[in-house]
Design a protein around this ligand. Structure first.
Ligand SMILES: [Zn+2]
Length: 224
């Protein structure tokens, strides 16, 4: 039997350990900016910059999916760091796509992933509180009774948040942060999808496969 390497992918609230054969090679490595500390997203939101700075390391090992499709976990975030600019700082990540796909999803054409350079990132996070950027009052995220500023202009600063992963956004879908585009660092022949996926699956026992599948689905059910 071949040696295996293991690494942990954190899919909140469970921790899942994947085992891959040593000669396994990822299909794509990518790099991209996920957000800028000062910029409002198209959803009229941003993250509290101080808390964001403290939580950059928490991006690492979180799952990467496609188009926010919960069943489509295709990789993980391998690195995260900040880059200072004169307006604040930007958060950058690198990730690996190995295209381990839990279910068939015919509406997504994964063969096109990164092919034409048009690929974007979209953060996945959940948050417990929101702050008003005008009066700076803080409310529970599900409060039905926020200040008039939030009611009128809809702008909120997320606080007390947990990053749960990132989605690769395939056009024509658009990300909430328009300049969060992806640079593909390395890309293999994507005909490998069809060879690697069944091969990788075959390295897991029935029991491991069932556990993995159930854990991921349960984790995502709790995230919704
Ligand atoms: Zn207010």
């Amino acid at each position: 039997m071949k040696d295996r390497i293991s690494f942990e992918v954190e899919i909140l609230p469970q921790h899942i350990t994947f085992s891959l054969e040593e000669d396994f090679t990822p299909i794509m490595r990518f790099r991209g900016k996920v957000l800028s500390s000062w910029a409002w997203s198209l959803n009229n939101s941003k993250f509290d910059p101080e808390e964001l700075m403290d939580k950059i390391d928490s991006f690492v090992n979180k799952p990467v999916n496609v188009n926010h499709t919960p069943d489509a976990v295709v990789g993980y975030i391998s690195k995260a760091w900040k880059e200072d600019t004169d307006k604040g700082f930007e958060v950058w990540i690198e990730g690996v796509v190995w295209l381990y796909i839990f279910e068939e999803f015919s509406d997504l054409d994964l063969k096109k992933l990164g092919e034409d350079g048009k690929l974007y990132l979209s953060l996945e996070a959940y948050f417990k509180e929101v702050e008003c950027p005008v009066c700076h009052k803080v409310f529970p995220a599900n409060s039905g009774n926020m200040c008039s500023h939030i009611k009128n202009n809809g702008k909120v600063i997320y606080r007390n948040f947990i990053f749960s992963g990132v989605a690769l956004i395939l056009p024509p879908k658009k990300p909430a942060i328009p300049d969060a585009s992806v640079t593909v660092l390395e890309r293999k022949d994507l005909s490998w999808i069809y060879r690697i996926t069944p091969h990788f699956l075959s390295t897991l026992s029935d029991e491991e496969l069932k556990t993995l599948h159930n854990e991921v689905h349960r984790a995502y059910e709790q995230l919704r």
